[in-house]
Design a protein around this ligand. Structure first.
Ligand SMILES: Nc1ncnc2c1ncn2[C@@H]1O[C@H](COP(=O)(O)OP(=O)(O)O)[C@@H](O)[C@H]1O
Ligand SMILES: [Mg+2]
Length: 481
C-alpha cells in the first residue's frame, strides 16, 4: 500500500515498516552520474600519470642531449685552444642558447660564475646550498631538485683544462613542469570537458527519464484514484512500447475488475430482492392473521414453507459463494455407476415418475462425489418440476475413451424454449413461462459452478424434452497420475 502526501511519500514494505519513496528518476540519474564520474576520474588520473611520466622522460632526454652536445664541444679542436676552463665554459654559454624550459650556469671556484642568456623559469644559481652541492661533484652527476617553477632535472659536468688544479662545473637545468605545461594544459581541458559532459549528461538523463517515466507516473496516479466506486478510469495508451503495453495490461485488468465488481453488485442486489420476497409474504400473512384456528394453522404452514424456501436459497447462495474458493471441492475416487444409482435412489421418493438409470459404465474417476450428487439432484428436482406423474426421467453416466466423464439427467417434459437455452444457467435466471416457482433460479448456476470447479461444463442438449449434460474432461487421467 502506498500513501501519498504533499511533501513526503512513504511506502509500506513487506515487513510493515515505512520507508520513504525514492523517485526512480533520482535513482537512475544517481547511478548514471556515479558511474560516469568514476569512469572520468579514472581516465583523468591515468592520463595525468602518463603525462607526468612522459614529462620526466622528456626532461631526461633534454639533459642527455645537452650533456652530449657539451662533450662534443669539449672534444672539438676549438676547445683545445682554451687554457682555462672558465673561458671554455663561457664560450659554450655564448654559443648555446637554452630553450624556454632550460637554463645553464657555470660554477668556478665553488661559486656561480656565469649563466646562460635569457630569463630562466626559476633561478637555481642563487640557491647557495644547491651550488655548493654541485661544486662538490668530481664526476658527471644527475638528479632532481625542487624549484619555485616545479621539479627540475639537473646535470653537473665537472670541467678541467690541462693541469689546472681547480675544477669548474657546467650545470644544466631542465624545468620538467615547464616542459610538461602544454600537455598538462590539455589534461586540464580534459577535466573541464569531462565535468561539462557530466552535467550535460545528467541534464539529458533528467529529460529522458522524465519522458520515459511519465506514463508510469500516470499509471500510479490513476491507480491511486481508482476506487471501488469508480472503476471506470483508464490509462491513456500512447505508442506501442513496453510502457504502453504495461498500460494496456493494466487497463485489461481494470476491465476484469470492473466486470467482477458489477457482477458482484448485481448478485447482491438480486439476492437481496429474492430474500425480501418471502419476508414480505411472511409479514403480510402474520399481520392479517385472525384468531380463527383454521386460519392460524394455514398461516403457520405457509410461514414454515416460506422459511424453508428462504433456507434453501441461503444454502444455495452459500454454495455459490464457496464455489469461488479453492477448497470448494473435496476430491476423491467416485464410481460412476454408484453415483447414478444413489442419485436415483434419493430421487425416487420425491415424485411418482418413471425413473431410469442409463449408460452406466463401471468406471471410477477422480472428483468430488458429494458435489456431483448435489449437481445431479438439482437437475433431478428441475426435471421433476417440469414433468407430470408417469413421465420418464433418466439419470446416466458414461466414460469416453479420451477419459471424459459424462453425467446427464434427461426428462420427457416440455423442454426449454430456445430463447432461454443460455440464460437459464445464469444466477437468478428463471424461465419466462413459469409462475412463481419454488426456486430462485440458482439451481443451474450451482450445477455450472460444480462443473467448472471440475474444469468441466454443463450444457443443455437439444431434443425432445430436456437433457442436461455435465462433461468432466480427463477425470480418468487425473486418477492415473
Ligand atoms: N428439466 C427442465 N425442463 C424445462 N425447463 C427447465 C428444466 N430445468 C430448468 N429449466 C428452466 O431453467 C430455469 C432455471 O432453472 P434453475 O436454475 O434450476 O432455477 P429454478 O429451478 O429455481 O427456476 C427454470 O426456471 C426453468 O425455466
Ligand atoms: Mg432449480
Amino acid at each position: 500500500m502506498t500513501t501519498t502526501g504533499r511533501t513526503s511519500r512513504t511506502t509500506t514494505m513487506g515487513d510493515g515498516r515505512l520507508r520513504p519513496v525514492v523517485s526512480a528518476r533520482v535513482r537512475i540519474i544517481g547511478w548514471m552520474f556515479g558511474v560516469l564520474a568514476l569512469a572520468l576520474s579514472a581516465l583523468v588520473v591515468l592520463t595525468w600519470q602518463v603525462l607526468a611520466a612522459r614529462a620526466d622522460a622528456a626532461a631526461d632526454d633534454e639533459l642527455t642531449h645537452e650533456a652530449n652536445k657539451f662533450r662534443a664541444f669539449a672534444r672539438s679542436p676549438e676547445a683545445a685552444t682554451f687554457t682555462r676552463s672558465e673561458a671554455l665554459l663561457d664560450r659554450w654559454l655564448q654559443s648555446n642558447l637554452p630553450d624556454d624550459s632550460e637554463a645553464f650556469f657555470t660554477i668556478v671556484g665553488g661559486r656561480e660564475d656565469h649563466r646562460s642568456q635569457g630569463t630562466p623559469p626559476a633561478r637555481l644559481d642563487t640557491d647557495a646550498a644547491f651550488v655548493r652541492r654541485a661544486a662538490d661533484a668530481t664526476e658527471p652527476s644527475y638528479g632532481w631538485v625542487d624549484s619555485p617553477a616545479g621539479k627540475v632535472r639537473y646535470g653537473v659536468i665537472p670541467v678541467r683544462v690541462g693541469s689546472q688544479p681547480d675544477r669548474a662545473h657546467l650545470v644544466v637545468l631542465e624545468f620538467r613542469d615547464v616542459i610538461a605545461e602544454p600537455s598538462m594544459a590539455a589534461a586540464r581541458a580534459l577535466v573541464l570537458i569531462g565535468a561539462i559532459t557530466l552535467v550535460l549528461a545528467a541534464g539529458a538523463c533528467w529529460l529522458v527519464t522524465g519522458r520515459v517515466l511519465a506514463p508510469i507516473r500516470q499509471l500510479r496516479t490513476t491507480a491511486e484514484r481508482i476506487s471501488e466506486t469508480d472503476l471506470r478510469r483508464r490509462i491513456e495508451v500512447v505508442g506501442n512500447d513496453d510502457v504502453a503495453q504495461l498500460a494496456g495490461t493494466f487497463n485489461t485488468m481494470l476491465d476484469r475488475l470492473e466486470d467482477a465488481f458489477t457482477a458482484q453488485r448485481e448478485f447482491v442486489d438480486n439476492a437481496g430482492h429474492e430474500l425480501r420476497t418471502p419476508i414480505t409474504v411472511i409479514r403480510g400473512h402474520l399481520e392479517l392473521m385472525s384468531e380463527d384456528p383454521h386460519d392460524r394453522a394455514d398461516t403457520k404452514a405457509l410461514v414454515l414453507d416460506e422459511l424453508a424456501r428462504m433456507n434453501r436459497m441461503v444454502d444455495d447462495l452459500l454454495v455459490l459463494a464457496k464455489s469461488e474458493r479453492p477448497d470448494f471441492l473435496e476430491v476423491g475416487e467416485v464410481n460412476l455407476t454408484e453415483l447414478v444409482v444413489e442419485v436415483v435412489a434419493k430421487a425416487r421418493p420425491l415424485a411418482d415418475r418413471s425413473w431410469r438409470v442409463a449408460g452406466t459404465a463401471d468406471a471410477t474417476i477422480v472428483a468430488d462425489g458429494q458435489r456431483l450428487t448435489q449437481a445431479l439432484m438439482q437437475l433431478v428436482s428441475n426435471a421433476v418440476r417440469h414433468t407430470r406423474p408417469g413421465d420418464r426421467i433418466e439419470v446416466g453416466s458414461r466414460l469416453d475413451p479420451d477419459g471424459t466423464a459424462r453425467l446427464w439427467v434427461a426428462d420427457t417434459g416440455p423442454g426449454v424454449p430456445t430463447a432461454d437455452r443460455e440464460r437459464i444457467f445464469e444466477r437468478f435466471a428463471r424461465g419466462n413461462d413459469q409462475r412463481r416457482t419454488d426456486g430462485a433460479g440458482l439451481g443451474l448456476a450451482i450445477v455450472r459452478s460444480i462443473a467448472q470447479a471440475h474444469d468441466g461444463e454443463v450444457r443443455l442438449v437439444p431434443g425432445p424434452g430436456a437433457r442436461f449434460e455435465l462433461t468432466l474432461p480427463a477425470a480418468k487421467e487425473a486418477m492415473s497420475r
